[in-house]
Design a binder for this molecule. Structure first.
Ligand SMILES: Cc1cc2nc3c(=O)[nH]c(=O)nc-3n(C[C@H](O)[C@H](O)[C@H](O)COP(=O)(O)O)c2cc1C
Length: 168
């Protein structure tokens, strides 16, 4: 069976943890690499691509990477964010990413919360317009937790099943 790639960009380690959970749940030939170490996407049958939400969007390196995904490639996206789930702030990076890979075959998306670094929280809480966001983000401090990891593994298995049976 062809090889699966799990690749990610992670500034403080949260997205990397989710990438490792996804990688650990793949029972076939697989590789895990940070985005800047991926040389050729063409040799993989399926690619899981992960990134954190930064400043309401994607980190620039993730944006550049997503723009290079070959047309027709089977992919799944995952993301971590400090905001509460479901609100616009935590959705828009994945929504934008989905547009960037419009020519690929997007099998699914996954998102969970990730603790915001103390440094980032400290900087944000200094400006009034960011203070409310910093309060909300503070409750992400225990994430990704065991439930997030279990959800990420279940997501990966579901994507692999979809991929194996051509259900996309
Ligand atoms: C510079 C910076 C900007 C951030 N901006 C947002 C944001 O706009 N929305 C959000 O939900 N989380 C934001 N976060 C929180 C991160 O998305 C969250 O902590 C994520 O889990 C970090 O993943 P990483 O450890 O893989 O880098 C930001 C964090 C940093 C450091």
């Amino acid at each position: 069976m062809a090889k699966v790639l799990v690749t990610y960009f992670s500034l403080t380690g949260n997205t990397e943890k989710i990438a490792e959970a996804i990688h650990g749940s793949i029972g076939q030939d697989k590789v895990i690499l940070p985005m800047d170490k991926v040389e050729d996407m063409g040799s993989y049958s399926l690619i899981f691509i992960g990134f954190p939400v930064q400043s309401h969007s994607l980190p620039y390196k993730a944006e550049v990477f997503l723009k290079k995904v070959p047309a027709g490639k089977k992919i799944a996206l995952f993301s971590t964010h400090g905001s509460l789930p479901g609100i616009r702030l935590s959705r828009e990076a994945l929504e934008y990413a989905s547009i960037l890979v419009a020519k690929a075959k997007l099998l699914g998306t996954f998102a969970c919360r990730g603790k915001v670094s103390m440094q980032a929280l400290e900087v944000l809480s200094r400006s009034p317009e960011h203070e409310a966001w910093a309060d909300m983000a503070a409750s992400a401090s225990t994430h990704p937790d065991a439930h997030d990891i279990a959800d990420a593994r279940a997501f990966a298995k579901w994507v692999l099943t979809m991929s194996a049976h051509g259900l996309y």
